[in-house]
Design a protein around this ligand. Structure first.
Ligand code: ADP
Ligand code: MG
Length: 724
């Protein structure tokens, strides 16, 4: 082992578990204590202000200037009492991370002293310089202004000593420059459309809430080993590295005992998150070595997404205390599983009904089937776009890699639900479709959807979009993604579908059909038309690819071409009709996605070239010359060593190949850089640059196997992945 590697390893092994104790064993004692939530609002705001704020949160009533000032005063007092000295508008620009610019509460009082100031005006709106955030051409530099505006539906919170105010981020001309704005618009669209459909079943429904429960997968690696890997530091993944002999073959990591040092990290993370009101619930080992998962209890989708964004930041901060680095990249290591972020999604009414949960009465079940089928129809219609919403340079390595959902979107329903839908589709005579005297809904011989259905749903881990008993689980989302992109498409597609469903049913009713029959017949047509997206088989199989193509599902692979779906006529029509994105905003999003793809691949290509040329080739050459020296000296005493000569030849060939390929890759990059169109450039990076990665890596990994371990400086997989 090289001295450098030895030192890093020694340091890694010396990192003992760091215990951080919560002040109480009972999380309810500190849950949400760093959040300006309802409890805090009631305490720090007068009754009138509190009620006005609730009215804004629940009914979107605009805030008056006076109310905003009163809220700001209460919020400031609470923040100061909790040790905050700065505040910031916290938003989610299209960089993929979160942004914050801190301002001090203190201002000169013009009498030589300082005063703690925080007005309603700065709470509600600010003007951060938007020129350095991606805008996809919406905001040219001479009009750099962007606004951040308070989102009162997501409560303010304190991180360290800064009061963070969740905000949307929009351009001077009103276009969204962030994830939150379109997410909120899509939530409104689907809620409104769902309420209209719910009214067939229950006139008391006035509000539908979108729920999201994400499951976050991640890797932990020791920070000293991490820092010796330029590729991990710069790109978040390893661009080379020979597989360890023992990986995940033995399935001994999944749900295994959590190593103590990792457990202390998790406990510390949970403590920090619970204080911030993130309701973490589950933690466990994942399939790959050093891979873990955590999940909260599901929440309203906008809040849930803010919490996921916040979590990703907090994870990094907490990890450093434990000498870990968190890897959120979708595929940090070759040969073992990558990480995803399952998005569990459902709709619930103000009357307490989960619209995706089978009920006990016939009526509830017709409602359940209605929503289920409409979701499937939406996924069918926009399957290509749904895929585009999760495609990225990093997630591309994971999707379709035989461990994660394939690059085709289909839905899995389980045998029972599938059977019910088939029956509805096939039942021809009216006799089958009626309510009998006991209020049992007859569906083609199935007297009632069994209430046990819930618990009986079989699991199909290969499906990218699975129904899991009371929700859909979108599994193709990447671990580093902002969930919003996927949720925006899903919400809007379902909204569009529900609107069209309502129209179709109403038209039948106008023609004199009874309401239940109209709903039933419309459902039957819908089930027939979206059959193609239903697939209960093995999504990883080669046959499925062929079958899916025959069924007309989107089978395009490669991120740059997937992004085209954002500009399809059906996409623009859908987003515009639902008031979620304008065409201009969509063009900007697509542009940013292509640009991000280009930059990510560009950085990887540079890092790979650097490491190959200034680490790998010199080290391999050094070993080669040792061998040459040996062979030469042996020759002097009349001995021959064929094996050594073969090894020299092999090293010589591989280093030469690395040099040639790296040179070619650089040339291809230069050529791609000269392309003006961002879309064409992304395609060029995909087709002509990224294709070198595996070829170069392959040579490097082969060298790693034979070059003297004592001079190999990069920490190896067996060290990064197995030192806890
Ligand atoms: P699994 O690994 O079996 O899918 P987990 O417990 O890891 O289950 O995660 C399931 C996630 O789904 C949790 O965040 C949970 O709160 C969420 N969830 C459960 N029911 C619903 C629902 N009706 N709507 C949205 N999310 C839900
Ligand atoms: Mg799950």
């Amino acid at each position: 082992m090289s001295l450098l590697r030895f030192r890093m390893l020694e340091k890694a092994l010396s990192h003992a578990p760091v215990e951080v104790k919560a002040p109480s064993a009972n999380p309810s004692d500190y849950f949400g204590e760093r959040v300006f939530g309802r409890r805090q609002m009631r305490k720090y705001l007068n009754k009138q202000t509190y009620e006005a704020l609730l009215d804004t949160i629940e009914n979107k009533t605009p805030l008056t200037r006076e109310t905003a000032d009163a809220i700001a005063a209460g919020m400031r007092q609470w923040a100061l009492e909790h040790g905050a000295d700065h505040y910031c508008h916290w938003f989610q620009p299209l960089t993929g991370g979160t942004a914050e610019k801190h301002d001090s509460f203190s201002e000169p009082d013009h009498e030589g002293g300082m005063l703690e100031e925080f007005s309603g005006k700065v709470l509600v709106q600010q003007e951060p310089d938007a020129s350095s955030f991606p805008s996809g051409g919406i905001r040219n530099t001479f009009e750099a202004r962007g606004y951040s505006a308070w989102d009162p539906t997501s409560p303010a919170f304190i991180v360290d000593t800064t009061l963070c105010i969740p905000t949307v981020f929009i351009s001077y001309t009103g276009e969204a420059l962030d994830y939150k704005t379109p997410l909120l618009r899509s939530i409104t669209a689907v809620s409104d459309a769902a309420v209209e459909v719910c009214r067939y079943f229950d006139r008391n429904v006035s509000r539908v809430t979108v729920f999201l429960g994400w499951e976050q997968e991640y890797f932990l690696v020791d920070d000293s080993l991490w820092s010796a890997r330029l590729d991990l530091v710069q790109t978040g993944r390893t661009l080379m590295g020979h597989e360890a002999a023992k990986n995940q073959q033995l399935d001994d990591h999944y749900f295994g005992a959590i190593p103590q040092r990792v457990l202390e990290f998790m406990k510390d993370l949970e403590y920090e998150c619970l204080k911030l009101g993130i309701p973490l619930k589950t933690r466990h080992n994942e399939v790959a070595p050093n891979q873990y998962e955590l999940a909260p209890i599901y929440e309203e989708a906008n809040l849930a997404n803010d919490h996921n964004q916040l979590l990703m930041t907090i994870m990094g901060k907490v990890a450093t205390r434990h000498h870990f680095r968190v890897l959120l990249h979708e595929k940090p290591f070759k040969g073992i599983n990558g990480s995803g972020k399952h998005n569990n999604w459902s709709l619930g009414t103000n009357t307490g009904v989960n619209l995706l949960s089978p009920g006990y009465t016939a009526f509830e079940n017709l409602q359940f089937i209605t929503f289920l089928v409409n979701v499937i129809a939406a996924v069918h219609r926009h399957n290509g776009l749904l895929k585009a919403s999760v495609m990225s340079a990093s997630n591309e390595h994971r999707l379709g890699a035989g461990e994660a959902p394939p690059t085709i979107i289909s839905t899995f329903l389980g045998t029972q639900v599938s059977e019910v839908l088939d029956k509805i589709e096939q039942s021809l005579d009216d006799e089958d479709i009626r309510f009998d005297s006991k209020n049992v809904f007859r569906m083609g011989g199935l007297t009632q959807i069994p209430s046990l259905l819930l618990d009986n749903t079989d699991r199909n881990r290969t499906s990218p979009f699975a129904f899991t008993g009371n929700r859909f689980e979108f599994r193709a989302v990447g671990s580093s993604d902002n969930c919003a992109d996927a949720m925006i498409v899903l919400n809007t597609a379902v909204a569009e579908q529900l609107v069209s469903f309502r129209r179709a049913v109403d038209a039948r009713i106008e023609r004199g059909e009874k309401r239940d029959k109209a709903i039933y017949e419309t459902l039957r047509e819908l089930i027939g038309s979206c059959r193609a997206v239903r697939f209960d088989g093995n999504g990883y199989s080669e046959e499925w690819r062929e079958e899916a193509a025959r069924r007309g599902l989107d089978c395009v692979s490669g991120t740059p071409l997937n992004i085209d779906r954002y500009l399809d006529a059906a996409t623009v029509e859908m987003f515009e009709s639902q008031g979620v994105y304008s065409r201009k905003e969509l063009e900007a999003r697509a542009e940013i996605k292509w640009e991000t793809y280009v930059k990510k691949v560009q950085i990887e290509a540079r890092v790979l070239g650097d490491i190959a040329m200034n680490h790998i080739v010199p080290i391999a050459s050094k070993y080669e010359s040792v061998l040459l020296d040996k062979v030469w000296k042996m020759h002097q005493i009349g001995l021959k060593s064929h094996t050594d000569t073969d090894l020299i030849k092999m090293i010589q060939e591989r280093t030469a190949t690395i040099q040639t390929l790296t040179h070619e890759m650089v040339e291809c990059r230069k050529r791609a850089n000269r392309i003006d169109s961002m879309r064409e450039k992304a395609i060029a990076y995909h087709d002509t640059v990224a294709v070198y990665f595996d070829r170069i890596r392959n040579e490097v990994d082969k060298l790693e196997e034979v070059v003297d371990d004592q001079i190999w400086t990069l920490p190896k997989y067996r060290e990064i992945l197995f030192v806890k």
